[in-house]
Ligand binder design. Sequence first.
Ligand SMILES: [Fe+2]
Ligand SMILES: [Fe+2]
Length: 291
Amino acid sequence: MPVEYQFSTSEIQKKIEKGINEMPAMSPAVTKIIELANKSDALPRDLLSVIKLDPVMTGKILKLINSVLFALPQKVNIIDQAIILLGMNTIKNLALTTAVSGMFQRKKSGGSTQKMDELWHHSLGCAIAAKAMAKLAGVPRSQVEEYFTAGLLHDIGKLILVQSVAEDYEIIVKDANMRGMQAVLLEEECFDISHEIIGHTLGEKWNLKQDLLETIRHHHNPNIDQISTMTMIIYASNYYCMKHKIGFCDNVGNTTIDDKIWGLLKINEEQVIDIFDDLPIKLAEAKQMIN
Ligand SMILES: [Fe+2]
Ligand SMILES: [Fe+2]
């Protein structure tokens, strides 16, 4: 039976806008780290002096570096050593990871806590798979962590939906499930805005890099002729997360991945299937580590 929508699009959009405005800014330390890492002439010692101002974040970064996510042969105890070993870009992405994980755990009255947890599960799954795919696709080591961050952030717009318009969003998610289609299409139809656009707006507010913004904006329906490696990987990683129903995600429906993607990435579907076979264990370990 078709759902009778009774939404006031303007009311929903007002709530979404409020949700975006109320979303916390990145902490001063994370903002400074993003700024520094985006500058070509920044020095490791500049990064070090900013990171050391935030001991809680430093502790979390070191914990992540020593986790299964990096599988380093030896334990890293000081942040100076971590910067030398992993590079500034990786440290920047780890700072972002700690900041983003905090946002997924920030419960908001009226929001759906269960959906937020499931969305965190999905985002982390997509991040782990994206990093593994980036390695296979030959992405330079210094940039691989960028793909993990992109996976974590790709559905950040949904965080606003589950926090700000939880009940209305639930209705369209249920309807999309019933109809076996991607909910993102109903977001556009009913709310006149999608989680891709909401996430992009939020990313702009945080001064995220252009490639990351582009990926957040187009991860469901990218233009294959003008697609970046990052968007391709997140698109494919998200697609497989949907297919395997990793956490709270859209329906894969009857969509398939364009063969061109595998050709451009120079990886094959079998390799991706292997990544997803290992994903549940890696996801459980990472969740324990980050939470
Ligand atoms: Fe999405
Ligand atoms: Fe997703």
